[in-house]
Write a protein that binds this ligand. Structure first.
Ligand SMILES: [Zn+2]
Length: 77
């Protein structure tokens, strides 16, 4: 897992390994946004996903990216 900075605008905190945002930004998100990032992340980490058809895998990854983008947009817009 590579180290990276939090995607929230102006934030220079490193995110913990496997975490999407720094703690204050992550816990500052509305719960529905956090839940959606978790839900879609768990899908792409699941065995079901790894065995899925390529189209389904792509759809799962797109759903996760969309959830991350929505969470980032909440801080950055
Ligand atoms: Zn942050």
């Amino acid at each position: 897992m590579t180290k990276r900075t939090c995607p929230a605008a102006g934030c220079i905190s490193w995110t913990a390994p496997g975490k999407f945002m720094c703690r204050p930004h992550w816990f500052g998100l509305p719960k529905p946004l956090r839940d959606e990032v978790w839900r879609t992340w768990r899908i792409i980490e699941s065995a079901t996903h790894r065995r899925a058809e390529p189209e389904q895998r792509l759809a799962d990854i797109r759903a996760y990216r969309a959830a991350c983008a929505a969470a980032e947009a909440w801080w950055n817009d």
